[in-house]
Design a protein around this ligand. Structure first.
Ligand code: PLP
Length: 451
């Protein structure tokens, strides 16, 4: 046996550079090894069960062990295990999935481009926007707006769109041409006494001022998650999108809906755009597209954007963008089966049935001494921990909320996710009432222990 030791934990520390992890702390703390999953629970290597209150990373909508997805993957593996759609090649799973997504789109969309992750989908959207504006003969219209606390991925361009300090700091980001508008979080960012409506109006006015300062002829698009996820589950005020869309339209700025978390029923409508009243020109989605079983993402574009890209390609030849695994046939087959299950089992109706219980139990925790705000919509939500409810003083400037959450809830057999001082919840869409109650009972026990 080597000096490293044979346990999974010691080999993890020896060989893995962990994504999104405090690398220094990991050297002493080590991993929690998850061995298997069943329904809404995962089990560690000691056999301990956890309710997965985050559906892994906002994605395993159908829970673990869905045999139909296993069968769909196995069948496609046997028929055509891998192929590409570059040039003029194609295959049925990719074609069927594109057709289905166009049918499901919240606004008329023309074409689907496939990628493997949310980051790649958003990165593709950035490139399409630049290509589109070159096609229209306005090479100066290239700047892209996103929002403080928005999350759009980790590639060079999408980490730049992401409005979180750790995604920029020491990575030399953001890149030029990308800047951030204010975060529509009323609890944190409203002025004293400002109503949600007045706050939304102020943010729209600020957005207009920002576009005017940049020069409207230079601003191409704005990326928005309908409900912000990784920035702490921020549900904007009811009239926010109506107001900011009026500004974007006025200056011919495209709206990109990043539905990577919200898509496929999470917020109580099939798309977050429908819940929030958005009419995007481009829509990106991933995660619940395949219930997280295989990596696949999609970018849907309006006909105007597609036509301009065709014209540009006519001029310069090949549209020079695509991933080896764009529309990977096995991932596409699993995504198609996922969409079929959503329909056949009425998963969206199920979300609507259980969301009131989820939101009731979540909001009841607003009375807890540590909770400043309980917020959410559909089956997504967050608790923001504070040291003092009246002054809204953050729970801990060095992120003790994370330690509280990861330690205490894990001890209690529950996995949630800490983001700054907020605790996110995003359980599998198929979770039942009994498991939801158990989830909140465990969370309450963990919070009580943290007082
Ligand atoms: N966009 C949103 C809204 C996300 O939540 C995420 C990931 O959590 C991404 C994009 C990036 O997706 P990925 O991690 O698959 O690259």
């Amino acid at each position: 046996m080597s000096a490293i030791g044979n346990s999974a934990a010691s080999r993890d520390k020896a060989f893995i550079l962990h994504p999104y992890t405090n690398l220094h702390a990991h050297e002493t703390q080590g991993p929690l090894i998850i061995e298997r999953g069943e329904g809404v629970r995962v089990f560690d290597d000691s056999g301990k069960a956890y309710i997965e209150g985050m559906a892994s990373l906002w994605c395993v909508s159908l829970g673990w062990g869905e045999e139909r997805l296993v069968q769909a993957a196995a069948k496609q593996m046997r028929t055509l295990s891998s192929y590409h759609i570059f040039g003029h090649k194609s295959h049925e799973p990719g074609i069927d999935l594109a057709e289905k997504l166009i049918e499901l789109a919240p606004v008329p969309m023309s074409k689907v481009f496939f990628a493997n992750s949310g980051s790649e989908a958003n990165d593709t959207a950035v490139k399409l926007i630049w290509y589109y504006n070159n096609a229209l003969g306005r090479p100066e219209k290239k700047k892209i707006l996103a929002r403080v606390r928005g999350y759009h991925g980790v590639t060079v361009a999408t980490a730049s769109l992401t409005g979180l300090p750790n995604n920029h700091r020491d990575f030399d980001l953001p890149i030029a041409r990308i800047s951030h508008a204010d975060c529509p979080h009323h609890y944190r960012n409203a002025q004293p006494g400002e109503s949600e409506e007045a706050f939304a109006t102020r943010l729209a006015d600020q957005l207009e001022a920002q576009i005017l300062a940049e020069g409207p002829e230079t601003v191409a698009a704005m990326f928005c998650e309908p409900v912000m996820g990784a920035g702490g589950v921020v549900v904007p005020p009811a009239t926010y999108y109506e107001k900011i869309q009026a500004v974007l339209k006025k200056y011919d700025v495209l709206l990109v809906a990043d539905e990577v978390i919200c898509g496929f029923g999470r917020t109580g409508h099939f798309w977050g755009s429908q819940t929030m009243g958005m009419q995007p020109d481009i829509l990106t989605c991933a995660k619940q597209l395949s219930s997280g079983y295989l990596p696949i993402s999609a970018v849907m574009v309006s006909d105007a954007i597609y036509r301009a890209c065709v014209d540009e390609s006519k001029k310069i030849g090949t549209f020079g963008h695509g991933y080896t695994y764009s529309a990977h046939p096995v991932a596409a087959a699993v995504a198609l089966e996922t969409l079929a299950i959503y329909e056949e089992r009425g998963v969206l109706n199920h979300v609507r049935d259980v969301a009131p219980l989820f939101q009731r139990r979540l909001r009841a925790l607003a009375d807890h001494p540590l909770v400043g705000e309980a917020r959410g919509v559909g089956l997504i939500g967050a608790l923001e921990l504070v040291a003092d409810k009246t002054s809204k003083t953050p729970f801990d400037p060095v992120g003790r909320a994370g330690a509280v959450v990861n330690g205490l809830t894990q001890d209690n057999g529950l996995i949630v996710r800490a983001m700054g001082d907020s605790i996110a919840l995003c359980p599998p869409l198929v979770i039942g009432e009994a498991d939801l109650n158990e989830l909140f009972d465990r969370l309450t026990t963990a919070l009580d222990a943290a007082i």
